[in-house]
Design a protein around this ligand. Structure first.
Ligand code: ADP
Length: 498
């Protein structure tokens, strides 16, 4: 018998003491809880007070007879299992009792095994019924939970300020929230169920969403954000992600849409403001710088050392300010797309030679070697604005010189790598600590330590390099070991020969 059977409660109703006590002994050993009644009325009183799971009921008792007790018990709780006990003479009554809802019967006199078998069978039925009821309650609860969860999620999606659209694997739209309809200017009757192309008038965007819906971007990292506009003064940022099932299979795509019109305008105003202020500051600062240089050279012979030091510092500071302004203007021009406007085929080896020649004095001043190695005799041309390339490699080689101590080595290597040309600028200088590596391409970030603290800079060189390389369809990365040196690698697509 299972453990839970121990909790079942059996009521024995019989006017014969031997039967009551004999049955109690057997059933107690089987693990049941027992109560006993000597007549029908007592049995009913007990039953009303505490339900029994199984009732063993003698049909022939003085006073209220078993049939009447059976009827009353069943009218109080018809799930109770009643087993009737009856003498040979009343087998027919027993059959009648079965018709009235009794579960089984035991003829008197009975062997302990007979009682065990019948009660065991009844208890199994009770336990099965209990298990089924429990399962049903759990199922109801899960359904209820699911129901509330579903409506909760729906309410959240409906009230999101950002547009949300969901597709299935066939790229058909299965859900749009009110914000999406409003951003796209659709009314409430705009139908769902059509292909994504019916909702976005942008071919590339639709292609991307179709690819995501078909499960071609399970690893989300490679999904680009997409900017798109339906009119001149409304711009949106779109992000698509696959909806994954339990086995990581793609079920469709979820697309979120944010109105970035105000942000774009703000960004443009900021760039214009920075460009304007920088422009206005550049001429007076250059004049101050030049005049300081003149004054300094005039008083070279006569002025006291301290005055020369003060003026020298002022000249240095104005020079830093002029570089900062130059970098800010460069960044504004890149943002406006002015710098890379006119791409032309450029022979990268020749361009690098001229940049190195220009920077040679700077390296010589620190007794550094500055070498160029070209692995292919005639490396293919790169399609780019030469000014952009000058800025990229000018910045990287200047950094290598600046962040390498005296007597160090700076080496520039050019090689063809598939459809790209690879340029590596290596130095054996101070190197960069790991914690700074992923931040040095951010604007104004400078990784300072005891050795580099006194090197002046703006923290804008590498952001400029990154923006320019990206606008040329290329890639820039860095590897560095602190205390040993750094290698910046630039990959640029080669110009396709026509
Ligand atoms: P800046 O040189 O004006 O500070 P950059 O954006 O060019 O700004 O560089 C950002 C930071 O990256 C520098 O401050 C420096 O800490 C680090 N860095 C750049 N190039 C090198 C290099 N070749 N070796 C060591 N550190 C470098």
């Amino acid at each position: 018998m299972s453990d839970s059977a121990e909790t079942l409660h059996v009521l024995i109703v019989d006017d014969e003491q031997d039967i009551r006590e004999g049955s109690e002994r057997i059933l107690t050993r089987m693990g049941f809880n027992i109560s006993k009644a000597t007549n029908g009325q007592e049995a009913l009183d007990l039953f009303k007070n505490k339900r029994a799971d199984i009732v063993l009921l003698d049909l022939k008792m003085p006073g209220m007879d078993g049939m009447e007790v059976l009827e009353k018990i069943r009218s109080i709780d018809d799930s109770t299992i009643v087993i009737v006990i009856t003498g040979y003479a009343t087998v027919e009554t027993a059959i009648m009792a079965m018709k009235q809802g009794a579960y089984d019967f035991i003829p008197k006199p009975f062997e302990p095994d007979q009682l065990r078998m019948v009660v065991n069978r009844a208890s199994e039925k009770v336990l099965l019924k209990m298990a089924a009821e429990k399962l049903d309650r759990e199922r109801q609860r899960t359904l209820l939970d699911l129901g509330t969860e579903k409506s909760r999620i729906r309410t959240i999606i409906e009230s999101l300020p950002n547009g949300v659209l969901v597709t299935n694997t066939l790229s058909q739209v299965v859900l749009m929230n009110p914000a999406f309809r409003q951003l796209m200017g659709f009314d409430n009757s705009h139908p769902m169920g059509e292909n994504i192309q019916a909702y976005f008038p942008d071919e590339d965007l639709c292609k991307l969403i179709m690819e995501i819906s078909q499960g071609r971007h399970i690893d989300f990292e490679d999904i680009p954000e997409y900017e798109f506009s339906i009119s001149k003064n409304q711009q949106f940022m779109i992000k698509g992600r696959p909806v994954l099932g339990q086995k990581n299979e793609c079920l469709g795509a979820v697309v979120t849409m944010v109105d970035i019109t105000a942000l774009k305008l703000f960004d443009q105003l900021k760039s214009e403001f920075v460009a304007k202020v920088s422009h206005e500051l550049r001429s007076p600062l250059s004049t101050i710088h030049e005049q300081l240089a003149v004054v300094l050279s005039d008083m070279m012979e006569i002025a006291p050392e301290t005055d020369k030091k003060i003026l020298g510092r002022a000249k240095e500071k104005t020079h830093s300010l002029i570089s900062l302004i130059g970098d800010l203007l460069d960044l504004s021009r890149i943002e406006e797309g002015v710098i890379c406007k006119e791409p032309e085929p450029v022979q990268i080896d020749a361009l690098l030679k001229s940049i190195i020649a220009f920077l040679r004095d700077k390296a010589d001043a620190k007794q550094q070697s500055l070498t160029l190695e070209i692995l292919d005799d005639h490396p293919p041309e790169v399609l780019a604005d030469p000014l952009a390339l000058e800025s990229i490699f000018g910045n990287l080689i200047t950094n290598a010189i600046n962040y390498t101590p005296e007597n160090g080595n700076i080496h520039v290597k050019v090689a063809v790598a598939g459809i790209n040309i690879k340029i590596e600028i290596s130095d054996n200088g101070f190197g960069i600590e790991d914690k700074h590596l992923d931040k040095i391409f951010e604007r104004f970030y400078r990784a300072k330590n005891d050795q580099t603290r006194y090197i002046t800079g703006t923290g804008l060189g590498l952001p400029i390099v990154k923006e320019l390389v990206q606008s040329l369809g290329g890639f820039v990365d860095v590897e560095s070991t602190f205390g040993k040196g750094s290698t910046f690698t630039v990959l640029l697509p080669v110009a396709l020969s026509t």
